[in-house]
Design a protein around this ligand. Structure first.
Ligand SMILES: NC(=O)c1ccc[n+]([C@@H]2O[C@H](COP(=O)([O-])OP(=O)(O)OC[C@H]3O[C@@H](n4cnc5c(N)ncnc54)[C@H](OP(=O)(O)O)[C@@H]3O)[C@@H](O)[C@H]2O)c1
Length: 313
């Protein structure tokens, strides 16, 4: 980890003082350059902050000395998660008008929000009151694409595609200088097993469209693509959640580019990667995959992981 004196001091230290601090600590010229170059990032907006990755990203960011604005559609639900350690902001990515004021003073966005890959109540389905009619509705949601589009309010096309595009558009007209987005493995292999199954209801199409919008924006971005999420908090509806699948904290981290990795990813490592990106210039304008594999070292050396990934091309 590279300490960021400017952030820890609340942004009050001039670069020359920071530079002296790096020199006293014996950091290399490159590390000094990277640290100073990104040292003005202090205030983060984390979307999906109540979700599995989001909660861990909030915790990791606070531990690193960032100030966090945590986004949720339901402040009452979110408040017990964070005590008073974050500024809670009611944000719905489907409502573009609410986004610009929410980004006021924000230096970096970590976009950890999303809906489920397969139809679930997180898609906000218009349901009739009678149980039998509800069953029919769910059947049609699964089987009939037109019906699904008309009767769901938070599908991947809405939350992961249009919602994230709304956030990108608002960020472009704000103080935001850095945008980190959690996407998914398999975007470039949507037609191959198992990603063709995962994309049956368009989640990879939606993530791909949002990724492209981010690359096309003038924002300095990083796109983080995890495999199937493992370890708690178990917030999504899938087999790993049912099984409470866990790495037991024993697996190492593998980063890759070009969408060639296959595997699962601990939520805590996705969260850490998102925050660590902010202090590492090699991740700027970069898309990378992250999975857990092999033996875990005692300490995770993020700068080394990022440098090796960049060198591998
Ligand atoms: N599950 C997997 O295996 C997997 C694999 C690869 C990538 N991913 C991606 O990894 C990310 C994190 O996954 P996770 O399991 O940690 O997510 P999660 O627990 O399902 O949390 C997602 C959060 O998104 C927020 N959200 C949903 N719709 C929203 C909207 N319209 N506007 C604003 N916020 C909205 C919700 O917050 P509020 O309800 O508080 O508003 C929710 O807490 C997601 O982008 C997901 O697509 C997941």
């Amino acid at each position: 980890m590279v300490f960021n004196f400017n952030r820890l001091s609340g942004g009050s230290l001039p670069p020359t003082v920071c530079l002296s601090a790096w020199l006293v600590l014996g950091l290399t010229e490159d590390e000094t350059f990277i640290a100073i170059a990104v040292s003005n990032i202090q205030q983060l907006l984390i979307t999906g902050a109540t979700g599995g990755v989001g909660q861990l990203a909030v915790a990791y960011a606070l531990k690193q000395g960032y100030q966090v604005r945590a986004s949720t559609r339901n402040i009452a639900k979110a408040r017990p998660l964070f005590d008073d350690r974050v500024e809670l902001k009611q944000i719905d990515l489907r409502q573009p008008d609410t986004l610009t004021p929410s980004l006021d003073g924000i230096d970096a966005v970590l976009c950890c929000s999303g809906t489920t890959a397969f139809p679930s109540d997180k898609w906000q389905v218009d349901l009739p009151s009678q149980p039998f009619e509800q069953l029919l509705t769910w059947s049609r949601i699964f089987l009939d694409a037109d019906y699904r589009q008309r009767h769901t309010k938070n599908s991947p096309a809405i939350a992961d595609d249009q919602g994230v595009k709304n956030l990108i558009a608002a960020a472009k007209n704000s103080s935001v200088s850095r945008f980190v987005m959690v996407s998914s493995l398999g975007i470039d292999r949507k037609d191959q097993f198992p990603f063709n199954l995962l994309n049956a209801y368009g989640v990879l199409d939606a993530k791909q469209a949002a990724e492209q919008a981010l690359r096309d924006s003038e924002l300095t971005y990083t796109i983080v693509r995890p495999g199937r999420l493992i370890d708690g908090p178990y917030t999504s509806y899938d087999l790993n959640t049912l099984l409470k699948a866990s790495t037991d904290g024993k697996q190492g981290i593998v980063l890759g580019r070009g969408d060639q990795l296959l595997g699962q990813t601990s939520r805590k490592d996705v969260a850490a990667a998102c925050v660590e990106c902010l202090q590492n210039a090699t991740t700027e304008k970069t898309t990378f995959e992250i999975i857990n594999q092999g033996e875990r070292p005692v300490n995770i050396a993020w700068p080394k992981l990022f440098t090796e990934m960049a060198q591998a091309g």
